[in-house]
Design a protein around this ligand. Structure first.
Ligand code: HMG
Length: 392
């Protein structure tokens, strides 16, 4: 049985702030952000983009009417939920006009839950050969102005259609997960921003990767050379690189190290200009890799998913010949390039408006072709969404 990712797309809000400008404003050497952390731009989301509208914006371009008839489950993976009870996937299911006899749920475990959603989809489809599952990873990463985590913020959503006979990536039956109880990063329901122990979070990430890589290689007998490339959860681009280097030791040939490190750079191209999008980060990195690296047919990619708390998972995917026809690099590059740059002052206004729920649609709606759906208002705790150009 061959199940995997058949379609893959993403949405990033239409505003960003430069990391160099942010560093200067915080009286920090810009190289700390651009080299030490490895980020050049940070996506900033307006109040009118929440996890639901970002999810719809990510998915709506890739789905056909036939897909909408075949989708039997919609899973939203997020740690920026807007409701303790109602799943974000219900609004998304409705706005995308997916057939009514579908299951809709929301999943949580920090940045890891999109991987849990994909594995759930794979199991769910194993006895439903004609059905599909829509997985959406959507998040807003915010640590607060002037906080230690500020340079690792970001926002965005990735949409994935999981099906039989996928046209992008087959999910292999080799996944290994690992859970350990650690308070490295968490988001108490009473708090506006996450509580984070930055140094511990970096160590916990690396420990999870090392523990899993040992177990995965033991169980599968695979080694570095079985993979054309690796893809990591990317809270910031230096993080995956630090973890990766721990297994590219002295005993590994230079040619292997260079090949894998070059591919790593291709996998973080987009993340470097976006920042952390939590659940979607690994999958944005996968899109970056697929759109910027040259592969040969059937090559394998090893993926490391990590969510603080902490749950990690290593699994692999095999590329399907012709996968590049299912991607839209030009559109993705244009979406990132056509974003509007904010000064640090404007970013701070956006940030505070978000906290206070103050809509300023005149400033926020830039008529870009990628932001089709936006949150227009919240009345009586009911969220009202609108399509750009169809305001009535
Ligand atoms: P910090 O204390 O501001 O920075 O925290 P630092 O002192 O760790 O420095 C960062 C790097 O910049 C260091 O490199 C410095 O040497 C270097 P390293 O030693 O790590 O290789 N540096 C410079 N480089 C060049 N020129 C300079 C310069 N100065 C310093 N002039 C931290 C940084 C990322 C910890 C902070 O921003 C933070 O707490 N972020 C949030 C937590 C986070 O992202 N953790 C990552 C792992 S946990 C994870 O991935 C899960 C997560 O996604 C949440 C979830 O699962 O839901 C976060």
């Amino acid at each position: 049985m061959i199940i995997g990712i058949d379609k893959l797309d993403f949405y990033i809000p239409n505003f960003y702030v430069s990391m160099t400008d942010l560093a200067k404003a915080r009286q920090i050497e810009p190289e700390k952000f651009t080299i030490g952390i490895g980020q050049t731009k940070m996506a900033v989301n307006p109040v009118s983009q929440d996890i639901i509208s970002m999810g719809v914006n990510a998915a709506q371009n890739m789905l056909t009417e036939e897909d909408k008839k075949d989708i039997e489950m919609v899973v939203v993976a997020t740690e920026s939920g807007v409701d303790h009870s109602k799943a974000a996937s219900i609004e998304i299911h409705s706005m995308l006009n997916i057939q009514p006899f579908a299951r809709c749920i929301e999943m949580k475990e920090a940045c890891y839950s999109a991987t849990a959603a994909i594995q759930l989809a794979k199991d769910f489809l194993s006895n439903r050969p004609d059905k599909k599952v829509l997985v959406i990873a959507s998040d807003i990463a915010r640590y607060g102005l002037n906080s230690g985590g500020e340079p690792t913020q970001g926002a965005g959503a990735v949409a994935m259609l999981i099906s039989h006979n996928p046209r992008i990536l087959t999910l292999n039956d080799d996944s290994v997960a690992h859970t350990t109880n650690v308070y490295d990063f968490w988001r108490p329901t009473s708090e506006k921003y996450p509580v984070v122990d930055g140094a511990l979070s970096k160590d916990a990430y690396i420990d999870s990767f090392n523990t899993l890589w040992n177990e995965y290689t033991k169980r599968t007998k695979y080694g570095l050379n079985d993979f054309e490339s690796f893809c990591f959860h990317v809270p910031f681009t230096k993080m995956g690189q630090k973890a990766f280097k721990t297994i590219l030791s002295e005993n590994v040939e230079d040619s292997t190290k260079n090949r894998l490190m070059d591919a790593y750079q291709d996998s973080v191209n987009y993340n470097r200009d976006v920042g952390n999008i939590y659940t979607g980060s690994l999958y944005l990195s996968l899109i970056s890799l697929l759109e910027n690296h040259e592969f040969q047919d059937d090559q394998k990619i090893c993926l490391f998913s990590y969510g603080s708390g902490a749950v990690g998972e290593i699994f692999s995917g095999s590329l399907v010949p012709g996968y590049e026809k299912m991607l839209d690099k030009e559109r993705h590059l244009d979406m990132l390039k056509s974003r509007k740059e904010l000064t640090v002052e404007e970013y701070e206004h956006f940030f505070n408006r978000f906290d206070n729920g103050e809509f300023d649609l005149e400033q926020e709606l830039t008529q870009d072709p990628y932001t089709k759906v936006y949150l227009d208002s919240i009345e009586g705790h009911i969220r009202n969404y609108k399509q750009q150009g169809n305001e009535s």
